[in-house]
Design a protein around this ligand. Structure first.
Ligand code: BES
Ligand code: ZN
Length: 622
C-alpha cells in the first residue's frame, strides 16, 4: 500500500506503519541541522514535560524510538540553550545511563548534542530544561493576557526553533510521530498539534497523540486560560474568552474552505481542523500546526476581510504538511504552493474579484521586496548556507512561488494544472522534497505532457534566477484601477466614493497614495474616514506607515499604542524600519520599543533590535 492511497483511514494506517524516515538519503543535506539521518533517525517522540510558569521553562524528558541506517554509534541532535541533565539508552526496554556532549553554540544553529548509543540501543531518553529565553517559546504574565488572571505560553517552532524547547533532529527532511504527557497549573488548558481535549475539565495534566508522521517544525504547544467554541463537528475555536465568540463568527467559513479544498486537491487527511487564537504578541499571522492552526487575533476585524489567512493556513494541510520542503532553502515549496492554493480557495468561495485584489496586493508586496533585497535573496531555491532562515524571510518564496504556479497554470490550462496538483499532493503525501525532486516531477508529469507549453529553461529561470521572468504574470485588479482613478480625482479636490470599498480597496488606496501627498490632504482623509482610529489592523498599519513618512503628527499616539499592543512581526517591523530613517523618530522608536519589548516574542524582539540598534556587520534585512 502506498501513501497515495485515496481512502482516508487506509492512508492514515499505511503512513503510520511505514518507517517515518524513507527518503532523506535522496535529498541534499539540510545545512541547518546537525542530524545525520543517513546514520540513525528518530521515528517516534514521547514527550513527558512540565510547562513551568514559575520558571518560564519546559522541563522533563524526550524519548525517541531509533531507526538505524548506518554503523554510527552516536546520534546528533539539535539543541539551543537547553540544559541537559541526563541521557539514557535502552535495548528492548532495558534502560541505562549513557554519555553525551554539548558542542559550542553556533550563532544560527545552536548546539550540537551528541549522545553515545552503542550499536544496539533502539531508544534514547534525554532529560532537559529549556531556557527562559528559548527562541521558540513566549511566556506571558497574567497582566499580559486579556483575561489578566492566568499566564499564557505558546511555541513557534518553524523554522529552526523546535530545538529551543525539545532536543531533536530538527530538520524538515525527517518525519516522526509523537505522543506527549504534559503537566501544568490546574485551571490551565494545554493544547498541541495533536488530538486536543474538547471538554470543560482543566485538571492541569493532559495526554496527546499525533499518529501521523510530521516534520519537527510542526510540533507545537500552548497553555493558557482557553475557552472553546465549536463551529461545526470538525472545527472549533480555542481562545481566551474575550475573543472566542468574535473569532467563531469571523472564521465561520472555515468548514466551507475545507470542503472546497478537498474538492479541488483531495481529502483532508488530518482529522480535526481547529484554530487557536493567540494573544496579539503572536509573531506571525498564522502557523499551520497540524490539526490546530495558530492564528493572530489581529485578523479578527469584525468583517471577515482578512480570512485569506485561514485559507492560507488550511492550505498548508496539503502543501507543507503533506508535502514538505526538505530544507529551509526550499521554503518556496511550502509557501509558494500554499499561497497559490490560498488564492484558489478565496476565488472559489468569494469570487474572482476578491481573489484578484488579494493577488494584486501580494504582487505589490513582492515588487517592494525585490526592490530592497540583494539578488541572491531574490532566488527561490535560495543559497542560504548556514544563515538563520529567519533573516532571509521575504515575499519571494510566497508570491514569486505563487506566480510561478500561476504561470504554469496559464501555460497548460487550469483543468490540466488542477489534475497535476492533485496528483502531486497524492504522490508526495507525507514526504519531504527538494527543488531538484520537484523539477524532475514537473518535467515528467507536466512538461512531457504539454511539451509546447513550458520549457525547462523557463523553469530554471523561475527557480534559479533573481527578479521575475519578463513573461511572468502581472496581476492587476479592475477594482484597484477604479480606486486609482478615484484617487486622481480626489487629489484635485473631488470627493471619494468609498461606500462600497472593502479592506482590500482601502489598502490599495493608502499604499498607492503619492508620496508627496500634502499635510492638508492627510488631515482631510483622516477627518473624513478616521483612518488613525481604524480598528482594522492592516488598514491601521498602512496608514500609520504613511503617517510616519509624511510626518503626520496627529497619528503619533495611535502609533505608540499600536506598537505597544501588537507584536506581529509583519505589522510592527515595517513601522520600526520607517521610524529608523530619521534621528528624531529613531530616538522616539527606541523609547517606545523599550516599553514594548517585554511583551514582544523573541523573534519580533530580534527583528526590531536589528532595525533600531543596527550592528554594522550583521544583516539587517528582516
Ligand atoms: N508557515 C508560515 C509562517 C512561517 C514561515 C514561520 C516561515 C516561520 C518561518 C505561515 O503559514 C505563514 O505563511 N503565515 C503568513 C500568512 C500570510 C501569508 C497569509 C503570515 O504569518 O503572515
Ligand atoms: Zn504559510
Amino acid at each position: 500500500m502506498s501513501c497515495s492511497q485515496p481512502i482516508k483511514q487506509a492512508l492514515l494506517v499505511a503512513c503510520t506503519l511505514l518507517p517515518a524516515f524513507t527518503q532523506a538519503q535522496a535529498v541534499s543535506k539540510d545545512l541547518h541541522s546537525y542530524a545525520q539521518l543517513d546514520q540513525v533517525s528518530t521515528s517516534h517522540l514521547h514527550l513527558a514535560v512540565t510547562v513551568d510558569f514559575q520558571r518560564s521553562q519546559v522541563h522533563g524528558s524526550a524519548r525517541y524510538d531509533l531507526l538505524r541506517h548506518g554503523e554510527a554509534t552516536e546520534i546528533h541532535l539539535d539543541s539551543r540553550e537547553l540544559s541537559i541533565s541526563k541521557a539514557e539508552i535502552a535495548v528492548k526496554g532495558d534502560w541505562q545511563e549513557t554519555t553525551f556532549q554539548l558542542a559550542e553554540a553556533h550563532p544560527a544553529l545552536g548546539q550540537k548534542l551528541t549522545v553515545q548509543i552503542g550499536d544496539k540501543a533502539d531508544q534514547i531518553r534525554i532529560h532537559y530544561a529549556s531556557a527562559p529565553s528559548a527562541s521558540g517559546l513566549q511566556w506571558l504574565t497574567p497582566e499580559q493576557t486579556a483575561g489578566k488572571k492566568q499566564p499564557f505560553m505558546f511555541s513557534q517552532s518553524q523554522a529552526i526553533h523546535a530545538r529551543s524547547w525539545i532536543p531533536i533532529q530538527d530538520t524538515p527532511a525527517l518525519r516522526l510521530t509523537y505522543s506527549a504527557e504534559v503537566t501544568t497549573m490546574p485551571g490551565l488548558l494545554v493544547v498541541m498539534s495533536a488530538d486536543n481535549p474538547l471538554g470543560d475539565e482543566r485538571p492541569g495534566r493532559y495526554q496527546f497523540s499525533m499518529p501521523q508522521a510530521i516534520p519537527p517544525y510542526l510540533i507545537a504547544i500552548a497553555a493558557g486560560d482557553l475557552a472553546i467554541k465549536e463551529i461545526n463537528p470538525q472545527v472549533a475555536i480555542f481562545a481566551e474568552q474575550y475573543i472566542v465568540d468574535a473569532a467563531a463568527w469571523e472564521f465561520a467559513d472555515t468548514p466551507r474552505m475545507i470542503a472546497i479544498t478537498e474538492q479541488m486537491y483531495g481529502a483532508y487527511l488530518w482529522d480535526r481542523y481547529d484554530l487557536l487564537v493567540l494573544p496579539p504578541s503572536f509573531p506571525f499571522g498564522g502557523m499551520e500546526n497540524p490539526r490546530l492552526s495558530f492564528i493572530t487575533p489581529t485578523v479578527v476585524s469584525g468583517d471577515r476581510s482578512l480570512i485569506n489567512l485561514i485559507a492560507h493556513e488550511l492550505a498548508h494541510s496539503w502543501s507543507g504538511n503533506l508535502v514538505t520542503n526538505a530544507s529551509w532553502r526550499d521554503l518556496w515549496i511550502n509557501e509558494g504552493f500554499t499561497s497559490y492554493v490560498e488564492n484558489r480557495i478565496m476565488e472559489a468561495l468569494f469570487g474572482e474579484q476578491r481573489a484578484q485584489m488579494e493577488l494584486a496586493l501580494g504582487y505589490d508586496d513582492l515588487l517592494a521586496d525585490l526592490q530592497r533585497l540583494p539578488e541572491g535573496d531574490q532566488i527561490m531555491h535560495i543559497e542560504l548556507g548556514q544563515r538563520d532562515p529567519d533573516d532571509a524571510f521575504s515575499q519571494v518564496p510566497y508570491v514569486k512561488g505563487q506566480l510561478f504556479l500561476l504561470y504554469l497554470e496559464q501555460q497548460v490550462g487550469r483543468d490540466n494544472f488542477d489534475k497535476f496538483l492533485r496528483q502531486y499532493f497524492a504522490d508526495f503525501a507525507f514526504k519531504s522534497i527538494d527543488t531538484a525532486t520537484l523539477k524532475e516531477y514537473l518535467q515528467s508529469q507536466l512538461l512531457a505532457k504539454y511539451p509546447s507549453a513550458v520549457t525547462v529553461a523557463k523553469i530554471n529561470e523561475w527557480l534559479h534566477q533573481p527578479g521575475l521572468p519578463a513573461d511572468a504574470p502581472q496581476p492587476r485588479s479592475d477594482a484597484f484601477v477604479k480606486v486609482e482613478q478615484q484617487t486622481q480625482r480626489w487629489l484635485k479636490g473631488g470627493q471619494l466614493q468609498t461606500a462600497s470599498w472593502t479592506t482590500h480597496e482601502w489598502l490599495h488606496f493608502i499604499n498607492s497614495l503619492p508620496l508627496d501627498i500634502s499635510a492638508v490632504n492627510m488631515a482631510r482623509l483622516d477627518r473624513e474616514f478616521n483612518l488613525t482610529d481604524s480598528q482594522n489592523s492592516e488598514i491601521a498599519h498602512a496608514w500609520l506607515k504613511l503617517a510616519i513618512t509624511k510626518k503626520y503628527e496627529p497619528a503619533r499616539d495611535r502609533l505608540r499604542s499600536y506598537l505597544l499592543n501588537i507584536g506581529r512581526n509583519k505589522l510592527v517591523s515595517p513601522l520600526y524600519r520607517e521610524l529608523a530613517r530619521t534621528p528624531d523618530n529613531l530616538a522616539w522608536a527606541r523609547s517606545v520599543y523599550q516599553q514594548a519589548k517585554a511583551g514582544y516574542h523573541p523573534l519580533t524582539q530580534s527583528v526590531a533590535e536589528a532595525l533600531l540598534y543596527p550592528v554594522p556587520s550583521t544583516n539587517e534585512d528582516y
